[in-house]
Structure formats: structure tokens, C-alpha cells
Design a protein. Structure first.
Length: 457
């Protein structure tokens, strides 16, 4: 596989190109590939999930061509990294389909999953969300208490020790405090070896690498979030952190979903970029665990609940990656309504059904536009696990999952998004359980899902 040092050298020696010119050329290339490989736009008569293996195969080829025919852009140097087909295909062959994480009795193995597979999915229950420092260790403890957790991600915050986090010195201090709170939380949960993943306070190299030491920072078996930027772009800070963390035995995860409506164009182009971004993260940052799929700016703003065309587009991306690479796909279980609400749980359930059908693991269920202490509670990951397990027990294939998602979509359509509540307002962090109102909503949602053919133990 191409070494990260070779990637670093190519960021210095590739051809120069203004970023605006890159953006427009990317759009044009993606449109060309969508036409060449007959990647369609979604229409109302299509199923909620992709049922066409041929489309998944063409989408993968289009994503591969995007990298080999157009390249990857480095925003730091303004240069284009070029890759030969045999280099990319060799990297795909050599990448692992499973990754050991954590330590001791809490060590787990994260695996690539089969499409509509029969094995329980890997789980990251939280956070990737904002929490205040006064709640931090207790919140971490509550999420780490979820038995199925294979690893747990950090969180962001705006103040530390009563000071606003501004500038590199405070960013470094806050980053180290985050890891300290994470370590304290998993220890209080009785799981000291549970893998933790740094959620960057800032993506500068100094800040990212400030915790790459095993005494009070990230230890071998822990992880670091190093994401490819939208529009097939990488940067030196993330690359430097990838090189350093690789040397320290710290693995990496990337948010590699594409954003419909940007320079990739519509859902056809977003599918192509969604495939290419995961492969780019693997090649340029040596990331094997990727949050994959397609999102949209309107859902990123928390302003829509209807799942299409995103559900279908996500399924094409995940199925393409599962059929033709070793990428370990993670389905980001994101909702446009806030925690403590019925809509939030219905959206969480829909994404979990998708995940099983597409062969993607379960990742950090969260409100797409979280407020401080109001992005998630342990109820969401517990529900997503229950739903995914129920889908597997039912032997639900892609056809059945698509039909079930259609029923869920009709339940969501036309309803306004709900702002939701803070974790303190709807969850008892001391006793690790929802309050009575939230419990009733949770039970109501499970009763409804039962009518769709999901049986819960």
C-alpha cells in the first residue's frame, strides 16, 4: 500500500491548481462519470433501498475512476495528488476487513459486515456531540455502560475550567481534558480498556497530536477522528496526525459521507463522491473505519424528516463499498429531531434498519444540529441496537427492509421536526434510565415498530 510518507510527498509535488478551479472540475468530472456509469437520480417509484447489485457495482467503478482520473486535492499546498489505478486497487486489496480495538477484557474487533447479514453489528453508542464539562465523566459513564459498546467517541465543548476555549494553548489543554474525562468515565463504568476515540476540539496538528502519548492520552488500541474534507480534499494537519497516530498504535476513523447539493451535484453525484471519499480516507489517512453514505444540507440543519432520496443513495454507497472493498462501514444514526421525542426515536429506528440491510455498523446516534447537552441520550443507542438485532432475527432482507422503511416514511412525512430536550431534562444520569415521560415515548415507538414485524426480546 502507498505509504503515508509518499502521500505527504505528493502533496508537495503534485500539479498546482486554484481551489475554485478544482471545485468546478470536480463537479464536471462527477457529472461525466454519472453519465458514463448510468448512475440515476432517485424517482418516487424506486424502492427505499437499492436492490440492484449492478448499480452498486457501477457506483464503485465510478468512485474509483474519480480518484484515478481526477485525483485528490490538498488544501494546504493547493496541489493535486494523482493515483494510478493499480495503486488504488492494490490499496483496496491490502486493507484489512477487521480491526482490533481497545485493551484487555474490553478489547473488541470491528468488522466489515455483509449486506443484510446475520451477525450483530459493531456499535459506537456516542458521543460526537457537545456536552459541558460539569456533566462530562457522568455522561461518558452512562454511554460506556451500554454492554454492546465496542468503542466510544469523545465530545466537544466551548469552555474548560471556566475559560472560553480560544487559541492553541487552550485547545491543547481542552483536548487533553477531554481524554481525561473519557478515561474517567469508562473506568467508572467498569470498562477501563474500552477504546476511546478523540473528537477534535480543533483539527490543527498540534492539538490533534497533543494526546498521542500512552500515560494520560490516547493509548494503543484507541482511535482518532481524521476526516476527509468535502469535495475530495485532504489537509496537512490531518495527514500529520495520521502519520503520528499510526506510529503510536492509534487507529483512525473518518466521516466519509458525501453532502448532496455541494460540488458533487445531485444524489447521483453524491453516490460517486460517497464511494470515493471512503477510499480516499483509506489511502491518504490510512483509515479503515469510515462513516459512510450520503447526507444533505437540509438535514444537516435539522430541518427535514423524510428520508428520500438519502436512504436510497446511502444504500448504494454502502453496498458498493461492501461488495468491492474491505472498508468497515459505519452508519451514522443521525436524526433531524432532538432527543427525548418520538420523531427522534422513529428516525433512529429507520437508520438502524438501513444499517443492517446495507451491511453498515452502528455509529453515534445524534441530533444533526445538537445544542449543548441536547444531542443524545443513552436511549437512542439502546434503541438502535434493539432494532438492528430485531431486523437480523427476523431474517429481513433488503426487500423487507425497504418495505418497512416505506411504512416508517409515511409515519414521518408531513410532521414538523421537534427541538427535543437536554439530557438532564429527559434522562436520569445517576440511575442510568429515561424519565417517566421519555420511557413512555420509547415504549410507544417500540410498540409501533412491533406492528411492522420487529419483535423485541
Amino acid at each position: 500500500m502507498i505509504s503515508l510518507l509518499e502521500i505527504a510527498e505528493r502533496t508537495q509535488k503534485g500539479r498546482k491548481m486554484p481551489e475554485d478551479a478544482w471545485n468546478m472540475s470536480l463537479f464536471q468530472k462527477i457529472q461525466e462519470l454519472a453519465k458514463k456509469y448510468d448512475i440515476p437520480k432517485y424517482t418516487a417509484d424506486m424502492p427505499f433501498l437499492n436492490l440492484d447489485d449492478g448499480l452498486a457495482d457501477r457506483a464503485f467503478r465510478a468512485g474509483l475512476d474519480l480518484i484515478t482520473e481526477h485525483g485528490v486535492y490538498c488544501t494546504t499546498t493547493g496541489r493535486v495528488l494523482e493515483f494510478a489505478g493499480e495503486e488504488v486497487e492494490g490499496a483496496i486489496r491490502e486493507s484489512p476487513a477487521e480491526l482490533p480495538v481497545g485493551r484487555g477484557p474490553d478489547a473488541r474487533v470491528i468488522k466489515q459486515r455483509e449486506i443484510a447479514g446475520k451477525e450483530p453489528l459493531n456499535v459506537c453508542p456516542g458521543h460526537h456531540s457537545p456536552f459541558s464539562e460539569d456533566l462530562a465523566p457522568l455522561v461518558v459513564k452512562n454511554f460506556a455502560q451500554i454492554p454492546r459498546a465496542d468503542f466510544i467517541e469523545g465530545f466537544n465543548f466551548v469552555n474548560v475550567d471556566g475559560r472560553e476555549i480560544q487559541g492553541e494553548p487552550l485547545e491543547v489543554y481542552a483536548t487533553r481534558r477531554q481524554i481525561g474525562w473519557m478515561r474517567e468515565g469508562v473506568r467508572k463504568a467498569g470498562r477501563p480498556g474500552l477504546a476511546i476515540v478523540l473528537y477534535p476540539i480543533n483539527t490543527g496538528a498540534v492539538t490533534l497530536m497533543s494526546v498521542l502519548e500512552p500515560i494520560s492520552g490516547l493509548q494503543p488500541g484507541d482511535g482518532l477522528l481524521t476526516s476527509v474534507l468535502p469535495d475530495e480534499k485532504i489537509e496537512h494537519d490531518m495527514l500529520a496526525a495520521a502519520i503520528a497516530s499510526q506510529q503510536c498504535g492509534v487507529w483512525r476513523v473518518s466521516s466519509s459521507f458525501s453532502m448532496l447539493g455541494g460540488f458533487c451535484g445531485g444524489e447521483d453525484g453524491a453516490i460517486i463522491e460517497g464511494v470515493a471519499k471512503a477510499l480516499t480516507a483509506m489511502i491518504c489517512y490510512r483509515v479503515y473505519v469510515n462513516c459512510t453514505g450520503v447526507e444533505h444540507i437540509r438535514t444537516a440543519k435539522g430541518s427535514a424528516t423524510h428520508p428520500q432520496p438519502l436512504s436510497w443513495a446511502r444504500s448504494v454507497v454502502n453496498q458498493a463499498l461492501n461488495r468491492h472493498s474491505n472498508i468497515i462501514c459505519m452508519a451514522w444514526i443521525a436524526s433531524s429531531s432532538g432527543p427525548g421525542t418520538e420523531l427522534n426515536l422513529l428516525e433512529t429506528a429507520a437508520r438502524a434498519i438501513e444499517a443492517v440491510a446495507n451491511g453498515a455498523n452502528l455509529y453515534a446516534p445524534r441530533h444533526l444540529t445538537p445544542r449543548m447537552n441536547a444531542g443524545q441520550t443513552p436511549v437512542q443507542p439502546e434503541l438502535m441496537i434493539e432494532v438492528a438485532d430485531a431486523v437480523i432475527r427476523a431474517g429481513m432482507g433488503r426487500d423487507g427492509a425497504a418495505e418497512t422503511l416505506g411504512s416508517l416514511a409515511r409515519q414521518l412525512e408531513g410532521r414538523d421536526t421537534e427541538r427535543g430536550y437536554t439530557i438532564q431534562e429527559c434522562y436520569d444520569l445517576v440511575n442510568h434510565k429515561p424519565n417517566s415521560d421519555f420511557l413512555q415515548i420509547y415504549l410507544k415507538v417500540k410498540d409501533y415498530l412491533h406492528t411492522l414485524g420487529l419483535d423485541f426480546d
